[in-house]
Ligand binder design. Sequence first.
Ligand code: DON
Length: 562
Amino acid sequence: MKRLRYAILLFTICFSCKKTVEPRKTGLITKNAMVVSARAEASKIGSDILKKGGNAFDAMAAMQLGLAVAYPYAGNIGGGGFMVYRKSNGEIGALDYREKAPLTATRDMYLDEKGDVIPEKSTLGAMAVGVPGSVAGLFAVHEKFGSLPIEDIIKPSIDLAYKGVIITKKQETKIKRYQPLFLKANKDSILFSKVWKAGDTIKYHALAKTLERILQHGKDEFYKGETAKRLVKFIQENGGILTEEDLAKYNVKWRQPTTFMYDDLKIISMPPPSSGGICLAQIMTMIEPYDLDKFGHNSVKSIQVITEAERRAYADRSFYLGDPDFVNIPGDTLISKSYLNDRMHTFSFEKATLSGHVSHGDVQVIESDETTHYSIVDPFGNAVSVTTTINGAYGSKLYCSDLGFFLNNEMDDFSSKPGVPNMFGLIGAVANSIVPEKRMLSSMTPTIVEKNNKLFMSLGTPGGSTIITSVLQTILNVHEYNMTMQEAVNAPRFHHQWLPDEIRMEPNSFNDTLIFQLEKLGYSINEKDSPVIGKVDGILVLDDELLEGGADYRGDDTAIGF
Ligand code: DON
């Protein structure tokens, strides 16, 4: 079959004498402001906030809630996230509102008496739930940088929840796919148990009421108030360990972003407990010496260099990275040029390096793991990049009907047992073991890029372990391969994460000749397991200072601006 496809391809190349010049594909272009997110309803909420005179931070908070209503697949108040920002004056920062392990969590809580990982315990139902950070996150952002009253931030989502959201075709498929798991995780039928068809409207009354209480009493409503009590009661009735104390003790952290140079670009990304910034820095620094633009986009040589850098970075990720409040991470060394040049010494274009021959690098540690992304640029020039998640699709599938939202299964991002892969196939070590109040390692990579000291891009994506490599390819598509934002988002993606030792590729996107050549060099190709890799939403500042929004066609993602 492969041979036949190869022959057809050769025939097509040799005998097509007319060369058609495809017009460049661009996303929405606006002058003043742009927001891009997984749903038009959430993007509209963000854009309206900006039109009203609010800034990117107001829009961030409003869209976190907008997505919680319009996109329950990943948008949330029952999960957590990260924000990276760059203010118009060049000031940068990051907010960590990642979930935490409950106080009574233990290292071996997902293992049986024999020490084996108990299937589904860290992914399905109440035991999988980490202490949610999203409400604290949006309040922290609003308190520090917001300019509009909190009512303006929360009210649009309350209205949307009452009015309801129209089901799209993609949503219809997803709800149907996960219904068997909703049944397994919940004692009673939930809002999503019935048959929903594209075009139907789902109304979220319980969520609207929860948001009204949050508007009335502030952040404490979720962490100490009536909502907190009802949430804890619900989780415990379903066999979970979360307590009122867990909620009351939850705190967000402002952090210094991980920054590094790639050619003339300054990349500003999420530091630990995300692995995103460090891995991105490692991969980009390892590939910088190679002429990717000469090799060509998705050419054998480009794929080789990128794959080999990814392999080495993910090997380090699994060993060194975890919550910096609990483990010492040799961050500076891990992203230093000398260390990374050395890491690539074993690479040759002649043959794949086997992951079995690659381990984490030797670095001295000094003592002392469904998601959605949205990008915003406001009329003042502030940029915000936010990735937020409940981890799996509809999180733990546990839906609190009383309060109207899904709870995360973020606990699966910890390493339940060293060497045993989590739901994204990621392997972890002691650095990412479970400890009470520790945050689980993440791959979320909200990123902002500067060029010549000016804002150039704001981007990010969902996709578990493939987040980092999707962000990487999108930046390279613009910078190395001269694509528009929309082309960069649309381009086919591939991914390597050290283990399993394979290059995952989006199916039907890479030609047979290329795959054949890579296989000959010793690379295993997997086109089966990832129908799509990432769902990137980004904004590019064009030469004339106009903004181009790139909304990923892989979802219902939408750019809105003015
Ligand atoms: O934080 C992480 O890396 C994961 N919880 C992200 C999950 C995700 O992207 C799922 N979406 N496809």
